[in-house]
Design a protein around this ligand. Structure first.
Ligand SMILES: [Zn+2]
Ligand SMILES: [Zn+2]
Length: 345
């Protein structure tokens, strides 16, 4: 039987390449020959052992490739040889979340694992065999390295949609890591004025390319924001970094009715509790909302704007590393402040 190579996290700080038997396709599946897969922060968390994930785990969900085979009943617009990006999350299509179009929270997602398939998204691999609905066709001239970042773009589209951002609004993005900067790119496409707050000086310099205003939160952030917004405060805030204690402070910077979106995950075993004065929400009609993973609609829109070259994703990639050196790639990715490392097959 034919075998292919796939990377497996065996335990903390231990990733290796193993053989996997090439299975027959189920009728609704598509086989993709992988071109590239980016190392997400969540992959890094599992690699470092920070997420309490069971091992072994097959990481990799920011993934692009070429269609190699299509099951006889697979409903996909892609043909053999097409460039595609894979939205590597199982969705049942039947649960209340899926039926509402909120399939990023499919309640059956975890139980839809198919027998004979690796545990995890499995994108650091030569091949990926996935249900038809996970495959999104890209344009013929799509770049097969940068397009691996379509998944994080889709996450940020879902996040920006959680707030009511109108043309000309002033928004605050906390953090100038890759997720903060991608938020800024999408908010710019929405016609917002963007303030980025970032503690690190080097990152603040980079952020200047992406924002109308860049501020240092260790200085007088409140008066900086009052100055920029004529004393009113911002219309929305997106939290992509920082500790939980930062969130109650945001009330100082926003106008009445503002939306506050919690994008970041808090990898803290003790939880991420922080006190919030509910009267702030009540009297000022603030909305505090979370966001997680893209819906398929978010994903389709991410593909659309990247196919149309609306965002230059090369800005967010530090380097590429060949698949054979996956261990080195993960060690580079966990260095603090690193932009995306993309593993190429
Ligand atoms: Zn990701
Ligand atoms: Zn579902």
């Amino acid at each position: 039987m034919k075998k292919y190579k796939i990377a497996k996290i065996q335990g903390p700080n231990n990733i290796e390449i193993n053989d996997w038997e090439m299975p027959e396709l189920y009728p609704d599946e598509v086989k993709v020959k992988i071109s590239a897969c980016a190392i997400c922060t969540s992959d890094q968390g599992i690699y470092k052992g920070a997420r309490g994930n069971p091992y072994p785990f097959y990481p990799g969900h920011e993934v692009v490739g070429i269609v190699e085979e299509i099951g006889e009943l697979a409903a996909t617009e892609a043909k053999v040889g097409d460039k595609v990006v894979v939205c590597r999350m199982n969705r049942c299509g039947q649960c209340p979340s899926c039926r509402k179009g909120e399939d990023n929270r499919c309640i059956k997602s975890r139980s839809l694992h198919r027998p004979g398939r690796p545990a995890g998204p499995g994108g650091f691999s030569e091949y990926l065999i996935v249900p038809d609905y996970q495959v999104f066709k890209m344009s013929k001239d799509a770049d097969m390295v940068t397009s691996a970042l379509i998944e994080p773009v889709a996450c940020c589209i879902g996040s920006v949609d959680k707030a009511d951002v109108q043309l000309g609004d002033t928004v605050l993005v906390i953090g100038a890591g890759i997720m903060g900067l991608l938020h800024a790119e999408i908010l710019r496409l929405r016609g917002a004025r963007i303030i980025i707050s970032e503690v690190d000086e080097e990152r603040r310099k980079i952020a200047e390319k992406f924002a109308d205003f860049v501020i240092d939160p260790t200085k007088d952030m409140e008066s900086d924001i009052r100055n920029i917004t004529d004393g009113y405060g911002v219309d929305s805030v997106f939290v992509t970094a920082g500790p939980p204690q930062l969130v109650p402070n945001l009330f100082k910077y926003v106008s009445g009715g503002a939306d506050m979106v919690i994008y970041t995950s808090y990898y803290q075993p003790e939880g991420a509790e922080t006190p919030i004065d509910l009267n702030d929400l009540h009297y000022k009609e603030y909305r505090l909302v979370g966001t997680i993973s893209p819906t398929r609609y978010d994903f389709a829109r991410a593909v659309s704007i990247i196919n149309a070259n609306r965002i230059d994703l090369s800005n967010f990639i530090r380097t590429t590393v060949p698949f054979e050196n996956i261990s080195k790639a993960f060690d580079m990715a966990i260095e603090p402040g690193s932009y995306r490392i993309v593993v190429t097959m």
